[in-house]
Design a protein around this ligand. Structure first.
Ligand SMILES: Cc1cc2nc3c(=O)[nH]c(=O)nc-3n(C[C@H](O)[C@H](O)[C@H](O)COP(=O)(O)OP(=O)(O)OC[C@H]3O[C@@H](n4cnc5c(N)ncnc54)[C@H](O)[C@@H]3O)c2cc1C
Ligand code: SF4
Length: 327
């Protein structure tokens, strides 16, 4: 495996970045920490001749409790005790991304936009060629669900579920200016699975914004993976909300690592507002979420096992966020 030649561009402002994006439209990728993109390039997956590095654009860096720059390294968030205390679900997720070495380079923007994964996709060119490639790169069929013309590769970022439950928003820049959208709307839930985002190719993620109200919420993120020292999630479940012994004021649950996009279950958690968070209600919620998810066989663990573990993890994160013991 080797990296092919590419031309590297290094803009120093968002405006310059947008100009380069227009100039090389369709022929470039943004390079953040490179911990996801460059391994894929080494496997000759969806190569582009130009890379626009974002590391010299000051506006994309740094963080506060309200705003995280897209280029902020995961390690920098982990080292900020005030940030970690304010957002327990994100603190949990940060500690579970890859390894400390990867987190020293990996960025928040790169983590939210990480490429979806599949056993038939994250392979060398030679390996993929032997099967005739697949829809997601270089081929025309899916080896996981052959009768369908869409891709089921799994969204495997850890931060997205943890930020989704906080009602996070993302700021995006494109040729027509900037806009802010809910993080949930960044992921294309209705597309073909190959185009996995709602933002147009070439649009730039500038920052994540966190609403002040979410700082008072309880939260937790737990992840199922094969090797706890560095694997991608086979399942990741986040919870955040506000409740006391009498009633729930707000409650969100999000699941990643089982479908092509991270997903919140507001239609199932919404009816619990105003109620007590009893064990029976938590069990019913966990069963309903288990029924709603549809993993396919494209990661290491079997889909039926991952689906059954969704319910276990939903109960576990809520119990831990309530201050109870994990079950
Ligand atoms: C061994 C190993 C283990 C890993 N384990 C995990 C894991 O457990 N959990 C997990 O979540 N991830 C894991 N990863 C994936 C990856 O390291 C992280 O997700 C990391 O946060 C990605 O960030 P990055 O800055 O390196 O992204 P990059 O690789 O630079 O970029 C990722 C994608 O986002 C695009 N992009 C980046 N920034 C922007 C922006 N501002 N605007 C528009 N597009 C942008 C890039 O073009 C690219 O398509 C692992 C990686 C490795 C190598
Ligand atoms: S789900 Fe199908 S199309 Fe998508 S990466 Fe896997 S084999 Fe390819």
């Amino acid at each position: 495996m080797h990296l092919d030649l590419f031309e590297l561009h290094r803009p120093t402002s968002v405006e310059q970045t947008m100009r380069l994006a227009g100039e090389w439209a369709g022929r470039f990728d943004y390079l953040a920490g490179g911990t996801d993109l460059l391994p894929n390039y080494k496997m000759h997956i969806n190569l582009k001749p130009h890379l626009i590095s974002l590391d010299a654009v000051p506006e994309l860096g740094g963080h506060s409790l309200e705003r995280i720059g897209a280029m902020e390294r995961l390690e920098n968030l982990e080292r900020d005790p005030a940030f970690m205390a304010a957002y327990p679900s994100v603190a949990d997720a940060l500690g579970e991304v890859a390894t400390p070495l990867v987190r020293a380079s990996g960025t928040v923007g790169g983590n939210l936009l990480v490429e979806t994964r599949c056993f038939f996709f994250n392979q060398s060119y030679f390996w993929r060629a032997s099967l005739g490639f697949c829809l997601k790169a270089d081929g025309d069929r899916c080896h996981v669900v052959p009768q369908k013309e869409r891709c089921y590769a799994t969204f495997s970022g850890d931060l997205a579920p943890a930020l989704l439950v906080l009602d996070a928003e993302v700021e995006v820049a494109g040729p027509n200016g900037r806009r802010t959208i809910p993080l949930a709307d960044l992921y294309d839930r209705k597309g073909d699975g190959i185009r996995r985002l709602t933002i147009a190719p070439g649009e730039l993620l500038i920052a994540v914004h966190l609403p002040p109200a979410s700082r008072r919420w309880r939260g937790r993120y737990r992840k199922l993976r094969v090797r706890p020292s560095f694997d991608f999630p086979e399942l990741g479940v986040a919870v955040a909300g506000a409740w006391d012994d009498r009633r729930v004021t707000s409650l969100s649950v999000a699941v990643g690592g089982v479908e092509p996009y991270p997903r919140r279950f507001d239609e199932l958690t919404g009816p619990l507002v105003g109620e007590t968070l009893s064990e029976e209600r938590v069990r019913a919620l966990s069963e309903a979420i288990t029924r709603a998810v549809r993993p396919v066989h494209n990661t290491f663990l079997l889909p039926d096992y991952r689906r059954r573990m969704v319910g276990v993890y939903v109960r576990r994160v809520i119990s831990e966020a309530k201050g109870g013991v994990a079950t």
